[in-house]
Design a binder for this molecule. Structure first.
Ligand SMILES: C[S@@+](CC[C@H](N)C(=O)[O-])C[C@H]1O[C@@H](n2cnc3c(N)ncnc32)[C@H](O)[C@@H]1O
Length: 317
């Protein structure tokens, strides 16, 4: 299987681990597929090509701007594509609305796209001067400004430590609180740079704090947990779930979820008699995550931290 056009994106976003994803999803003609994070539609185009002539795709995204790009990109596939402005946590309802009880494969390509990162107005990047926004969905409840300018010191330090895993979290939070009010991403980046620990070449010292704020603004980790549960319920026996994560907090959630769902018993190890009544629903197909080759990273540096995990819905579950 080799889908040609999806690997190069006119929108500026290059889909990561492209061929690995298409192979992992075990695509075939007539299948029903969900891309829960359709973005600019790069992976989605490959899914549609590999399930020609009549495979169907439901693409979801929290960002209406992304959906516009996907609509343009996927236009040649006509009514084989349905795009919806929704979180992937709503995939069950959205699939039901199309009359789909089960689907053959689901992809979650987590995090943000190059278009989002490189649009100063979205406030995701410390490289530009933009508003403190960071919402995937412009209708989202609150912006990063709320955390940066109003969150109590202790809570802010906890957020930066927990979701940015930055050892200087407390010092960074203190510097932010002292510098309030902060208006833009570059003001914030400057304040963080004065305190952050990261000295590694090529990694900006504000990377971890920006990640932490984005995770909270979009409730990314709880959303991922809920999305994984929903995805498994929606898969047909033998159906595939592929998840690409970009940092260890996400990858840990996926790894633990796959491990739990591949076991018949999830009682704590010290408990001698099983009473959980849990039944395995998944077979894990990637003992270790698939990582991009150096060649891919050299063409698409964003792929550097990508990890792909794949599981298959058990036929007995
Ligand atoms: C890495 S990009 C996906 C790129 C896509 N695979 C492609 O090939 O163009 C991630 C996308 O997920 C979206 N997103 C993030 N959280 C989401 C959620 N909970 N539900 C739906 N989409 C989400 C973002 O808005 C972004 O467009």
């Amino acid at each position: 299987m080799n889908a040609s056009s999806g690997a190069v994106s006119a929108s500026g976003h290059t889909p990561v681990l492209y061929q690995n994803v298409l192979t992992a999803l075990n695509l075939h003609a007539g299948g029903h597929y969900i891309d829960g994070t359709v973005g600019a539609g790069g992976h989605a185009a490959g899914i549609l090509e590999c399930s020609s002539p009549d495979g169907r795709l439901l693409g979801l995204d929290r960002d209406p701007n992304a959906l516009e790009l996907a609509e343009f990109r996927l236009e040649p596939f006509g009514d084989r594509v349905s795009l919806r402005h929704a979180s992937y946590t709503a995939m069950h309802d959205e699939a039901s609305a199309l009359g789909w009880d089960r689907v053959d494969a689901i992809l979650l390509d987590l995090g943000l796209s190059s278009m989002q990162l490189e649009d100063p107005k979205r406030g995701f990047s410390f490289r530009f001067d933009g508003p403190l926004d960071m919402r995937f969905d412009p209708d989202g409840d609150f912006m990063a400004d709320e955390l940066v300018n109003h969150m109590p010191l202790e809570e802010l330090a906890d957020v930066i430590k927990r979701y940015g895993e930055d050892p200087r979290a407390r010092a960074i939070a203190e510097a932010i609180v002292q510098a309030r009010p902060l208006k833009t991403t570059s003001q914030l980046a400057e304040v963080i740079a004065s305190k952050a620990a990261t000295k590694r070449k090529g990694i900006h010292p504000a990377t971890r704090t920006f990640q932490a704020l984005r995770i909270v603004v979009n409730d990314e980790l709880e959303t991922l947990k809920a999305g994984l549960e929903t995805a498994v319920r929606l898969l047909s026996p033998g159906g595939r779930l592929a998840v690409i994560s970009f940092h260890s907090l996400e990858d840990r959630i996926v790894k633990r979820f796959f491990r739990r769902e591949s076991r018949d018993c999830i009682c704590p190890p010290e408990q001698l008699i099983c009473c959980c009544e849990h039944a395995a629903t998944l077979r894990v197909l990637t003992k270790k995550p698939i990582r991009p080759e150096s060649d891919e990273i050299s063409h698409n540096p964003r792929a550097r931290s990508a990890r792909l995990r794949v599981a298959e819905r058990l036929t007995t579950a």
